[in-house]
Write a protein that binds this ligand. Structure first.
Ligand code: AMP
Length: 401
């Protein structure tokens, strides 16, 4: 059984073809810089070298077409016949409050997705094009939508509402949605396995720390709060996003710079802030770490702010959950930076959170415990695997339909 996972981002399309008997990747790759002259296609098949070539693709529809044509190439492709693919899983960034779980695509679902265009205009129209391209290239093969927001739909209203006039919620759907849901759900399920507990009995705090970062409080296997909000801008200090700030800062900046447009403001908060904005160097954690080693004070400040924001969320969610089984770190920074993990949990011994510094510092790409044997709350590192989670969800939805 093969599953194709398609991930249409704002300017790229990534794909992974899985064999679900082994849950191993057969083929994977991406088309990057869509619509630009420098657009390229990078792909690899298990056991072969990576191939990279320039390509001419105007839009996401053409990018998906290119990928599927290549997968079906009689000489080099991984699929001989389209019937080998059981289902296509599409990663969808925002399902608004319309979609609380993964769904099989039909005309009603496509219409529902169109209604989400205005909430995530940089992504959802591209997701839609990806679905249409798949329908053209792989006719008759079912598609499933897996939403980044769906796992967070269990939040209670007092956690997801913003205290602005109620009409903005009713009319404009303004509320907290949360993101990275597929990743939080994947690591939760893995953590349950590692702890030998049922998901329904698990209380954990999952920390997805990457270019974008979010922390989620999970009670009895269900999300009760998460740090990202209406968009992925809220919460922690991130690579280039500011995270939580006083909204009056925006009003102040606008009054001091009356010519600033909403697009420029969006760019300032999403693309020029976070680690990049504070350090003036980069939004990439590896560059920040190198700069700190070279004595750069602003890089150190940016690093400290990120760790402090993570620690604040861990403590808030500890308070909300009351009993916590484990704290899980995942994604680029969470999986690879022992210092960020250590600093985010520093001084929390009284809460029962104790990291074993030696174990934490050991390089590894495996799932592992990094807390001391007597730590009441286990601390774990679990590499995320959103693509596999999407493939699993797609099969589950298919079986249920
Ligand atoms: P992601 O968005 O999950 O791909 O994560 C990207 C972030 O992970 C970037 O800020 C990278 O600099 C960071 N990252 C990757 N490897 C390391 C590492 N070894 N140490 C520190 N940060 C890392």
């Amino acid at each position: 059984m093969k599953v194709l996972v398609v991930n249409c981002g704002s300017s790229s399309v990534k794909y992974t073809l899985f064999s679900m008997t082994t849950e191993k990747k057969i083929s994977w790759g991406l088309v990057e810089c869509i619509g630009l002259p420098e657009a390229y296609y990078k792909r690899q098949t298990l056991g072969t070298e990576e191939i990279k070539s320039l390509c001419k693709v105007e839009n996401h529809f053409q990018a998906v077409e290119l990928i599927i044509k290549d997968l079906l190439n009689p000489e080099t492709g991984s699929i001989k016949n389209i019937d080998e693919i059981s289902v296509i899983g599409h990663r969808i960034v925002h399902g608004g409050d319309k979609f609380s779980e993964s769904v099989l695509v039909n005309e009603d679902v496509k219409a529902g997705l169109k209604e989400c265009f205005s909430i995530a205009p940089l992504h959802t129209p591209h997701h839609y094009s990806g679905i249409e391209a798949v329908e053209k290239m792989l006719p008759g093969i079912p598609s499933v939508l897996v939403f980044d927001t769906a796992f967070h739909q269990t939040m209670p209203d007092y956690a997801y509402m913003y205290a602005v006039p109620y009409e903005y919620y009713e009319r404009d759907h303004v509320r907290r949605y949360g993101m990275h849901g597929t990743s939080h759900k994947y690591v939760m399920q893995r953590a349950a396995g590692m702890l030998g507990k049922k998901v329904e009995e698990l209380n954990i705090i999952t920390c997805h720390l990457g270019n974008g970062s979010s922390i989620t409080a999970i009670k009895n296997g269900k999300v009760i709060d998460t740090s990202m909000g209406f968009t992925p801008l809220a919460g922690l200090v991130m690579g280039t996003r500011c995270g939580d700030i006083d909204p009056a800062v925006l009003v102040h900046i606008m009054s001091k710079n009356p010519k600033i447009t909403s697009e420029e403001m969006n760019n300032l908060l999403n693309k020029q802030s976070g680690l990049l904005g504070i350090s003036g160097l980069s939004g990439d954690m590896r560059t920040i770490v190198k700069a700190i080693q070279a004595g750069n004070k602003r890089a150190k400040l940016a690093f400290d702010m990120l760790c402090y924001s993570a620690k604040k969320y861990i403590c808030m969610y500890y308070g909300i959950l009351n009993h916590v089984d484990a704290i899980v770190f995942t994604a680029g920074i969470g999986e690879n930076s022992p210092t960020v993990r250590e600093k985010s949990c520093e001084g929390l011994d009284n809460l029962g959170i104790k990291i074993d510094v030696e174990v934490n510092n050991m390089p590894s790409s495996e799932e592992r415990f990094i807390s001391t044997a007597d730590s009441k709350i286990k601390v774990m590192v679990i590499p995320t695997n959103e693509e596999l989670m999407i493939a699993r969800e797609s099969i589950k939805v298919l079986a249920n339909n």
